[in-house]
Design a protein around this ligand. Sequence first.
Ligand code: NI
Ligand code: MN
Length: 218
Amino acid sequence: MKIIYPGHACVILDGSKKVLIDPFVPDGNIPVQPDLVAVTHAHADHMGIASSFSVPIITNNEIAHYLRGKGCTTEAMNIGGTIEVDGVSFTMVQAMHSSWIEEGGIGMYGGVSAGFVIGMDDITVYHAGDTGLFSDMRLIGELYHPDVALIPIGGRFTMGFCEGMMAAEFIGAPVVIPIHYNTFDKIKQDVDEFARAINETTDMKVVILKPGMEYETE
Ligand code: NI
Ligand code: MN
């Protein structure tokens, strides 16, 4: 499987299917026609251009209801559940964050923020969404054994440097890919230092993807 990183929290898992997670990048350019879309929560920097896709969108009940109103096809689920769509499995897991749907200056309840554990082609990827650190990340590691963990490290709205390091330890995935940093001034992070800190002190490997880059899983 290839993991393509358009930027911010937007990731494409490119295997037997193309799974697009959190379809937002600042320039709006997402270079793939996905087979499936997953949305972790309703904030604009995650839901992004989800409503422009005609493929199934996997997300929480509240966002699914909203997107169905826009004519989208959705697969609604909630935390703790697993579904299989087109041979790809999606488990919705906890995230410590907020969520609202903003439209025309009005905020609507967006349900609870989440992360996803996605299984395809015998590879398991954990996308943590936006979240603070929580100790049940250990449980996600124990239960699902992700091969790759995508974790936010930009701080302010999510985990920062120290929390991200502990999250990596809790999850225990052999490969960690930092996301949700340096997109905006408010989430600046020294990703090279973050990678060095983990790579020099643990068996895990931090892979830094600049926007537009990709990583091929082993
Ligand atoms: Ni958010
Ligand atoms: Mn965000």
